[in-house]
Design a protein around this ligand. Sequence first.
Ligand code: CA
Length: 217
Amino acid sequence: MRVLLIEDEVDLARGIRKALEEEGYAVDVAYDGEDGLFQAEKVDYDALLLDLMLPGVDGWSILQRLRETKLTPVLILTARDALSDRIRGLDNGADDYLTKPFDLGEMLARLRALIRRSKAHPSPLLSIGDIEIDTNSRTVQRGGQVVSLTPKEYSLLQLLALHRGQLVTKSMIYDHIYNDDGDTFSNVVDVYISSLRKKLGREFVKTRRGEGYIIDA
Ligand code: CA
């Protein structure tokens, strides 16, 4: 999952980014509204974390502009007690909000819920054959046995599983698994796919030569 954080408070942004990366998200950060809007329109993020009070273009304007073209789930971050700000944010198309200061664990849980709803998978559990994926705890079992995956392997598996029965192209993988400053050499994806096959079964992920990968529904 790849998310964009738009937040001008550098220390807060650093803390949020770290928490997200520890959960395996690919994270881009924008420190002002103009850059944030530019990135949010350019990339198909899985979710946006959006501060409302920003230099340049404010959060409400970003929401308004973004909603003309994109359905990206948006979690707004607002100052404490600013009820009218939150209402205006929700009215402008935000999906949920957190008031500062907030608990990072709650932020992560709300983000997971937002992303689940946006992918039309209301349950945190994904079952495919004998593979079971718990997207809350980010754990995977095969035939009841826990399978240990690296964060990138997990992210790739989750992306494929959320799109099961559909072709997942390499460019989708780059868009959702890496952030702007990640290394994106195409053979790296092949390496992750082959290690997923080793851990989850050779037939689990199929290659469509020249197109991408698919997990059968
Ligand atoms: Ca701010």
